[in-house]
Design a binder for this molecule. Structure first.
Ligand code: PLP
Length: 836
């Protein structure tokens, strides 16, 4: 019998198509489907491709013949189809003419539990932005590594110590498929390591409209050393890291091209993949038959570098000898430059041959724009990168910022979403429609409704915690009696705090433990009890982090704590999802300014959770007194100051958070608390969504960068060649610049200035002469251009006038490279010459 519509009948392949799409939202509908097929496997793994590879084909076919299942699948397929076909933001703005494609490179991606190729924050940023790009219709192709073992898995033994485990990721049970070349054969790419060629294999995962291409080195034709390159994320020694970054950067760009893609913009999510800058230039050289310098000038305009660390120690650095060993032939034979020239790109002091090769410097020198991931991180990063721009004022260091956001459909509780859906259908703002705002949504529900959703979510979380805990206990050989009572002290009505993050010292996971007795009193208060859920991994090489982890184990095991603290082992996306959906308050206590952005706190917002956090990263720009709580004074302090922060944290809990949670009206509603939930959701949900982040990247970076890139490439890279010529010229003759006179006069209440400049071999059109004054108070620094009035031989005269509200001594004349050719100064050329 033919199906009623002209759609193809539903088959196991339909399910496969759904399973392979990482952008499938975590709606209750999807939950229902996979639960129906295999409830247990779904609860444990959330991996649809695993379920499909496990359940027999006949069973799937039989299920699809059932009316309920058929209707469910049909609904999901139609909804997905409608989503994929609906006009996107990007298309409706007609941006497609200006931007064909963005290539996004990242060492890790956190897309779903089914694809464990991530460690934490960096992968979260990449995964959520990739999903948001699909929702918005921004054409992004992501490139990453297919880590055979992913990041380590954590097991915590009865002794409270962390064990690092490395189970294998089975490619047949992940939502990926091999990439094929034009002839249909599996794609294999060669890259050169010293003295040998190794093979890379290509895979792809679907993320809605976009794809994630993955590289793997586990080709039997490779020597074992090479097969292990894609083994462990953030594992191995420095040389292994270099090999990984060569594969990702150079191999990654080749993979894109082998897949037939020609992106305008290359977006580096952190510096790990910075070698892609070289390979992109090499490919341009070969295609356009130009020199490396010209190719770099052309392609650099389309390279965006997003930096993620707030400390210099966070950058990957390699000994110059090691880099030479791997790249000398590539530099000389492929790029046509000396190894010293290549090494200089990764150095603060290009001439210092002992200086290590820094991937963040390579990324910066190869970029047409650089950005940090929060406003505060922008400040911190300008400070860190200042030495690449000697004699430039700090505020001119060319690092902007785009604050991170999270992909709401991934992190909003499916239950809560189902409730919202009942009331408002598709008008929920995070379902990809612009139909309504969070404010409109909130205006339509009363406090009771909101509070019920919150209570329900907390209860769901506690159910998850109990089963997770029971499994952990069973794995570690606990008795049936112990397993039976696991988590039984958790109470569905008690204030529930969540704290989950990497156990790195700067995150200060032990801040709450500074005074264990006080924490114990807070938790065990007879009338206002509190429960605390903790999770997090410490890198296997980080002893200090592991000690902090053991401290928490000991504390949680104290008999007087009586199960009010639960440590959930093996923090990953699944645990994070449950936690952010259910907790009342999310705690975060990094040492300012070490949290570049942080995203976990954003995940609780739409779920009605509140934040209590250090004024660092995103919270430094999000916090307001009526929507959350803040620790710290907004300044930076050494470790000795921790006790002060801890005191403030305890006091906030004791005097504000806990009383507010337990202050109930006659109907049992915590009205002040719910008010705070409303404020937090209304002010922050949309602002800290990946949707907003990706729109910002697109409009402020991708589009203008694509335009500049295309302009530089036009007519056989004519502009790029001219730029290369100009850069050489400016660098050669800059030292000849000299001020020979700066004269100030005051006329009609205006300051007049006449400047005489020795130009040497330079032409006026190659430079810009300016007056500079530092900012006063809150006001930014002032830069005033001067006009050329006369040019004779090696000299030129300039004139300018200013309002006389500042004294002439506030101003200093300076010369910078001219902007006429569209050069980004000082990013692409950091020359500057000051009057004094
Ligand atoms: C969101 C998330 C992170 C990032 O958390 P931060 O505390 O903001 O660094 C790390 N790991 C997992 C599993 C996450 O879900």
């Amino acid at each position: 019998m033919a199906p009623a519509s002209d759609r193809p009948a539903l088959t196991p392949d339909t399910l496969r198509e759904l399973a392979f799409d990482q952008s499938i939202r975590w709606t209750s509908q999807n939950d229902d489907l996979w639960q129906l097929i295999d409830n247990d496997l779904w609860a444990l793994t959330r991996n649809p491709s695993l379920i499909l590879s496990t359940v027999p084909e006949q069973k799937l076919e039989a299920l699809l013949r059932r009316v309920d299942c058929h209707r469910l699948v049909d609904g999901i397929v139609k909804a997905r189809q409608a989503r994929l076909e609906q006009p996107t933001w990007f298309a409706s703005q007609q941006y497609g003419e200006r931007l064909a494609r963005v290539a996004y490179f990242s060492m890790e991606y956190m897309l779903s539990e089914a694809l464990p190729i991530y460690s934490g924050g960096l992968g979260n940023v990449a995964g959520d932005q990739l999903k948001a790009a699909s929702d918005l219709g921004v054409p992004v192709t992501a490139v990453g590594m297919l880590w055979q073992h992913g990041y380590f898995r954590q097991s915590i033994g009865p002794d409270g110590r962390q064990q690092a485990l490395y189970p294998v990721n089975d490619t047949r049970q992940m939502p990926i498929e091999p990439l094929h070349d034009a002839s249909g054969a599996p794609l294999r790419l060669a890259i050169q390591l010293p003295g040998l060629q190794i093979w890379l294999r290509g895979w792809q995962a679907r993320v809605g409209l976009n794809r994630l291409l993955l590289l793997d080195t586990n080709d039997p034709a490779n020597p074992p050393m090479a097969r292990l390159i894609a083994s462990e994320l953030y594992g191995g020694d420095n040389e292994m890291r270099l090999r990984q970054e060569l594969v990702l950067g150079i191999g990654g760009w080749r993979l894109l091209e082998a897949a037939g893609l020609q992106p305008d913009v290359l977006h580096l999510n952190d510096g790990h993949a910075a070698f892609a800058v070289l390979e992109r230039a090499r490919s341009h050289m070969a295609r356009e038959r130009v020199s490396f310098a010209v190719a770099l000038n052309a392609t650099r305009a389309g390279n965006l570098f997003t930096t993620h660390t707030p400390v210099e120690a966070g950058f990957d650095r390699f000994p110059p000898e090691l880099v030479s060993q791997y790249l000398e032939r590539y530099a000389e034979y492929e790029l046509g430059i000396s190894m010293q020239t290549l090494l200089a790109m990764g150095r603060k002091q290009p001439q210092d041959t002992r200086e290590p090769f820094n991937m963040a410097y390579l990324a910066t020198r190869g970029a047409g724009a650089v950005n940090a991931v929060s406003q505060l991180h922008g400040h911190t990063s300008r400070y860190i990168f200042r030495e690449l721009y000697p004699r430039w004022p700090l505020e001119a260091v060319p690092v902007g910022h785009v604050t991170n956001g999270i992909h709401l459909p991934t992190w909003v509780s499916p239950d809560a979403e189902a409730h919202w859906y009942e009331l408002h259908g598709d008008e929920i703002p995070w379902r990809g429609t612009d139909a309504s705002s969070v404010d409109e949504l909130l205006a339509r529900v009363d406090d009771r409704w909101l509070w019920q959703i919150r209570q329900h979510a907390r209860n769901e979380l506690l159910g998850f915690v109990r089963s997770h805990l029971a499994r952990s206990l069973a794995v570690h050989g606990a008795s049936p009696a112990e397993i039976e009572v696991a988590g039984s002290r958790l109470h569905p009505e008690h204030l529930t705090l969540g704290f989950a993050r990497r156990f790195a010292s700067y995150k200060r996971p032990n801040l709450l433990l500074q005074d264990p007795e006080r924490l114990a009193r807070i938790l065990c208060h007879p009338t206002y009890p509190v429960q605390l859920l903790v999770a997090g991994k410490a890198h296997p090489a980080d002893r200090a982090g592991q000690a902090l982890l053991s401290d928490w184990q000991r504390f949680a095991a104290r008999p007087d704590i009586a199960g009010r603290v639960v440590f959930l082992e093996d923090y990953d996306m699944r645990i994070a999802r449950h936690m952010v959906q259910g907790v009342d308050v999310w705690l975060n206590t990094p040492r300012r300014p070490w949290e570049a952005s942080g995203t976990s706190g954003m995940k609780v917002l739409a779920n009605g959770g509140l934040n209590l956090s250090q004024l660092d990263g995103w919270w430094a720009e999000a916090y307001a007194a009526d929507l959350g709580w803040a620790v710290g004074d907004g300044l930076e302090h050494p470790a000795e100051h921790d006790a002060v922060d801890a005191e403030q944290l305890y006091a906030l809990l004791e005097t504000q958070v806990i009383p507010s949670f337990y202050a109930r009206d006659t109907e049992g509603l915590p009205t002040a608390w719910v008010q705070r939930m409303r404020r937090s959701m209304s002010a922050l949900v949309e602002r800290f969504s990946a949707d907003r982040t990706v729109r910002e990247y697109t409009e402020r970076y991708y589009l203008p960068m694509a335009t500049t890139f295309r302009r530089r490439c036009a007519e056989g890279s004519a502009l790029a060649s001219e730029l290369a010529h100009q850069l050489t010229c400016l660098r050669s003759y800059w030292h000849e610049l000299a001020f020979s006179g700066v004269q100030w006069t005051c006329e009609n209440g205006q300051l007049q200035v006449d400047v005489r400049l020795h130009l040497g071999h330079l032409e006026p059109r190659q430079i810009a002469v300016q007056l500079y004054a530092e900012g006063r108070g809150e006001a930014p620094a002032e830069v005033h251009p001067l006009t050329l009035v006369e040019h004779d031989g090696a000299f030129a005269s300039y004139h300018g006038h200013l309002p006389a509200d500042r004294s002439a001594t506030d101003y200093t004349a300076r010369v910078v490279p001219g902007s006429q050719l569209g050069l980004s100064v000082p990013l692409e050329l950091a020359l500057i010459h000051w009057q004094r």
